[in-house]
Structures are given as structure tokens and as C-alpha cells.
Design a protein around this ligand. Sequence first.
Ligand code: HEM
Length: 493
Amino acid sequence: MSFFSLKSSLLALTAIAGALALKYPDRALFDEHRENVPHPDGLPILGSLLTVSKNKDRYFEFLLEIYEQLDTLTFRSSSLTIQPNFSNYNKSDSFKDTFHNFLGDGIFNTDGENWRLQRRTASQIFHVKNFQTEFSSIFVRHIQVMSGHIFDKAADLSQPIDFHEIMLKFTMDTFVEIAFGVKIDSLLKQVEFAESFDAIQFHNFRSLVFPLHTVTNKIKETLNFKSDKKTIAQHMSIVNAFVYDIIKERRSQPEKTEEAYFKTDLLLRFMKAKNSKGNLYTDEDLRNSILNFIVAGRDTSAQTLSWFFYNVMLYPRIENELLDEIIEFIPDGIENDTVKLYEAIQEMTYSHAVLYEVLRLYPAVPGNRKQALKDDVLPDGTVVYKGDEITFQPFCQGRHEKVWGPDAKEFKPERWISEKGDLIKMDGGKFVAFHAGPRVCLGQNMATLEILIAMVLLLKNYKFRSFPGHKVEFSNQVTLSMKNGMKVYVEKR
Ligand code: HEM
């Protein structure tokens, strides 16, 4: 290239950059300016890329600060919405694209008829009889495994353990059993599937929030090609091999009918159902449906359990009140009669109040991105246009004074209990930990049951003490994880 053509190319580039900087003086390229929608000041063309990347490990706290600084319920494409018209919002294209590799067209990642049919099929297992017997007995059995093999030993040897990691294994074992009818025993041994599943989830969230992550990860993987560290593609192969092996085995045993498996077994339900084209599910459809179910139920429940115990350790007053309720409702040996256990749990108002307070301040799904089907006006007056992507923000919503009043940031289970002593039912627009509207969490009753069964049986038998010097921190992913786990000491009661 001659000096003159180089010079004219540089001049042209500078002119384009200048023009773009004039059009996007405080926001990222292609970010549309909206009249009356506040937004934080950003750099020309880059917008808030640098500040977001600086705050990536405290992403949701950072967002909350913006809401408070701007004194608003909605800014740019982020909203705390009380009673929005949820049926006007589908999953967003960017969410679906990012997660397609992992979740395919499973319930979490699809809309329309495909979504409706999967929701109908999956919902068949969520009925009281299953709660009282099948689910409860799976939960109890795995709690016994973790008590006998992990907590008792840690207590006898006075060794610290990572409570968060154990809860993730506990819920992985329970959900894989419920979803596939398969026992993987990750509480007892290393399971490659579980590790790869986690690695993919982490990668996907980073890619969604920080678009550059996909590129930087690829570069890292290329530079590390000689290391033992698995690439995302390798993790994906491990997950797929695990799931397809199970499906293949099932298909090879058509003579094994319903009675051979748990009544809760989701794979069986989907194998008998039809997809949106009126055909039986292909292996790929089955893989998607089942992985989506594990994504939906496993991390969310484990993290909520971990944040629950984190707060129990933080507030001895709350631990004592929980223990009083456990003494009143949970006699020794009740776990051998899961119907009685289920009924006792339903009576435990204070335990439910603590759980809701945990979910308000530590919602397992801290943000969820949706896309408007039609023009709309949010309850705070913000105008939304068809196709706009908006992230609803349960984490920020749960901690915002405009929504929960001046004590929003305090942990106060009492806010859930009426003067008469009943549990207060918050409306689905204010308390959004389980979402609301047509896509409200399908597993909320199951999650509540699993968490409360684990809580009562663990708290009845053990006292957990935080490990001195270990700081529990958020790890911001699709779900609200703990960055370095939660190291604790266990004592038998
Ligand atoms: C504390 C635990 C849980 C929390 C906080 C939670 C929260 C949520 C939220 C916020 C959504 C909406 C996501 C979105 O549309 O962006 C959701 C959807 C869903 N959840 Fe849960 N969940 C929990 C446990 C479970 C469990 C245990 C299961 C299954 C057994 C489950 C199954 C589902 C399913 C299938 C969906 C998709 C519903 C649909 O799109 O129609 N969840 N959950």
C-alpha cells in the first residue's frame, strides 16, 4: 500500500470513528438512545464495557449501585418491574443463541409450542403424591449418604469442608436420579459429567454478559493447548456422551416399562411424549429436555441451600428459632415416613419465611433476559418496543428500597409472617425469585420441599460454624453461586 493510500485509509477510519463517537457519545456502539430512559454515563463507542468488566465479579451488586445512583426502577435494558405483563416477554435471542450449544431447544431455551409441550410433559411429575413419596425418599436417601459419608466424618475429625460443593453434589445426585432414573453418586466419588456440566455453565454466563469472553477463552484454549485443562468443546463431549449413553441404554430395553423406573423419572415421560412436529422425541430432543431440567433444578436448589446455611451461621437468633420449630415438628425418625415428613414441613411457617428471605436477598436466578413480543409500557412508565431485550433483575429487585422499603437490605424473615402468625404470600410481581407469569418456575414446590427437608434434617443433627478467615463471595453466573465455596466446620448436636 502506498503512503498516500495508507494515509487516506487512516483519515477515513478516523473520520468514521469520530462520526460514531458523535452518534454514541456516552454509550456502546448500536446502543439506542431512548428518551426518558436513564442510563449510566459511559465512554464513547465503548459504553460501560470497561466498568462492567472491572466489576465482573460483583456484577449484580454493581447493577444495584447503578439503580440506586440513578434513583430508578429501569435503566437502559435493565429493569426492576413490579407486576409487568410477563406474557409479553419471550426468552431473548441473545440468551437462546449463547445457550443453544448446551441447552438446544429445551424448555429453558425455547418459546411457543415447543416450550408449551415440554412444560406440559414435565409438569406431569409435579403432584402431591410424588412429593410425599418418590421425591422425598430420594432427598432423604441422599441426605443420609452425605451425613454418613461426609458430615459425620468431618465432625469426628474436626476437618473443614466446603458446604457449597457438597450441596452441588447432593442436588446433582438427586436431579440426575429424578431426571434419568440413574444413580451417579457424585457425593461419593469424582464424576466427570458433573465437573464438565459446571464448566459449561460458567462459560456460557460469561459469554452472555461479556461478549468478549468467547474470544478470550478461545485464545486461552489455543495458548494452553498442551495443558491438561479441558476445553469447552471437550467438556461438551463429556456431557453429551454421558447423556446419550443413558438414552441409548433406555432405548435398548423397551421391555422395561414404567414400573421398572421411578414414577418421577422424566426421561420416561419425554420418551412417551410427542414434540411440536407431532413426532416422538429424537435422542437430541431427549438430551435437551433432560439437560434443561437439570440446569433448572440442580444449581438453583444447591445455591439456595448454601445461602440458607450461610445466613443461619450469620444470625444465631435465626438458627435458634429454626431449631425451636424443628423440635416442635420434626420428631426423631420422621424421615422413615416421608408422608409424615412432607406434612410436617408444610406446617413450618418460620422455616418457609427464612427460605423466602434467603431467596429475596440471594435469588438463585439473579437476572433473566427477555425479549418483548409487542410494544409495551412497564409499570414504572418505561416504554418498551417490540423486539427490545430487557433483563429483569431479581437480585437488585430484592435489595431495592423502592420495592421492599427502608429495611430492604436487612435479613428479616419476620417480614413474611402476618400478625396472626400466617405466612404472607407476596405477589408474583414483587417477589420474583421464582419468576412470574406463564414462565413461573415449574419446580418451585419441589425446590421448597428439597431445601426444607435438607435443612431440617441437617440442622437437627449438626451445627455448622464458619471457617475463620474464609470469605464467602458471590460468583456471578446464570445462577448465584459462591466464588470460593463456603468452608465450614461441622459439629454433631
Ligand atoms: C430455589 C430453587 C429455584 C429457583 C430460585 C428457581 C427459579 C426459577 C426462575 C427464576 C425461572 C424462570 C427463568 C426464566 O424464565 O428466565 C425458573 C424456571 C424454571 N424452573 Fe426453577 N427454580 C428453582 C428450582 C427449580 C427446580 C428444583 C426445578 C425442577 C425440578 C425447576 C424447574 C424449572 C423449570 C422447568 C423452569 C422453566 C419454566 C419455563 O420456562 O416454563 N426449578 N426457575
